[in-house]
Design a protein around this ligand. Structure first.
Ligand code: NDP
Length: 280
């Protein structure tokens, strides 16, 4: 039976270190959070981020902009935050109104204040193994892997999902550790090859958003399984991996909820502290 890889105790430990780092800063750090319009999902993220910030001694400055904000007006607003020396990090809450292109907008955030690690300059640093501000979900997955103590060198690693916030940055981070990385995606599934890749994974990371995509009996005996997926069913939240079958075979497995999720916001705070230290 697999050991559970829970995010919360790990997040608490990391937060203890962050509190000390914040206390050592000359000025209280500030996280500016931009929310355009009203959205229940974004409001829930804002609540959990502001609670995490408060607990660490970080000022969470919520910037509410009206739903009809134009792209040009948002860029102008970001430029002001870039120039504001009291602001150490900037995050743009999703979803944005349809008329605003997130990829375009996020490139206007100063790379030094890009605490989501999505500015092209920071992604470039990731490619060279020099990134300090790492996309939060990918960083959370790396923390969970580190917690198992496994040696990544030559480890047969399969990532399912190639999004820009999870699968792609993880592939780069794991290559840096000399893992042997295969990235699967919709093309792999359509070619009928997902199962064969998953079956040989010693380290399996799944970030798709489809409940039950990975069958429990596909999981290799003794594998480490990190399930990033979040799927809201009628009565519960589940990941992308069939948990009951998988936990019988894996050595370590993340629960959903309670695995990657609790660590992601902590990684955002770690990036903010990293940015504030570099700026001060
Ligand atoms: P995206 O929708 O951006 O990416 C999903 C990926 O899965 C894409 O690469 C897609 O490929 C691939 N995919 C879709 N269907 C299949 C399939 N049948 N077989 C193989 N691959 C497939 O999602 P995100 O990366 O943003 O998020 C993924 C999941 O992780 C979601 O459930 C999300 O809620 C969760 N999540 C959890 C976080 C946490 O903190 N715990 C944080 C971020 C995300 P293609 O693009 O080619 O179709």
């Amino acid at each position: 039976m697999a050991k559970l890889l829970e995010g919360k105790p790990l997040a608490e430990k990391i937060k203890e270190g962050l509190k000390r780092q914040v206390a050592a800063l000359k000025v209280k750090p500030v996280l500016a959070s931009i929310m355009v319009g009203e959205n229940a999902g974004a409001a829930a993220y804002v609540k959990s981020q502001s609670k995490a910030a408060e607990g660490l001694g970080i000022e969470y400055r919520l910037q509410n902009l009206p739903q009809d904000t134009t792209e040009a007006a948002l860029i102008d607003f970001i430029r002001k935050l870039n120039a504001d020396k009291s602001v150490n990090g900037i995050i743009i809450q999703m979803p944005l109104p349809a008329a605003i292109d997130y990829k375009k907008i996020s490139a206007y955030i100063s790379p030094e204040k890009d605490i989501e690690g999505m500015h092209p300059q920071n992604i470039g640093k990731l490619l060279f193994g020099k990134a300090k501000l790492i996309p939060c979900t990918a960083a959370a997955v790396m923390e969970l892997i580190n917690a198992t103590g496994i040696d990544l060198y030559g480890k047969e690693t399969v990532i399912v999902g190639h999004s820009e916030i999870v699968g792609k940055p993880l592939a780069l981070l794991l290559l840096d550790k000399f893992a042997t990385v295969t990235v699967c995606h919709i093309g792999t599934s359509k070619a009928g090859k997902l199962e064969e890749h998953v079956r040989r994974a010693e380290l399996l990371i799944v970030a798709v958003g489809k409940a039950g995509l990975i069958k429990g009996d596909w999981v290799k005996e003794g594998a480490v399984v990190i399930d990033v997926g979040i799927n809201r069913l009628a009565d519960k939240i589940v990941g992308d991996v069939e948990f009951e079958g998988a936990e019988k075979r894996a050595a370590y497995i993340t629960p959903v909820p309670g695995g990657v999720g609790p660590l992601t916001v902590t990684m955002l705070m770690r990036n903010l502290v990293e940015a504030a230290e570099a700026q001060q």
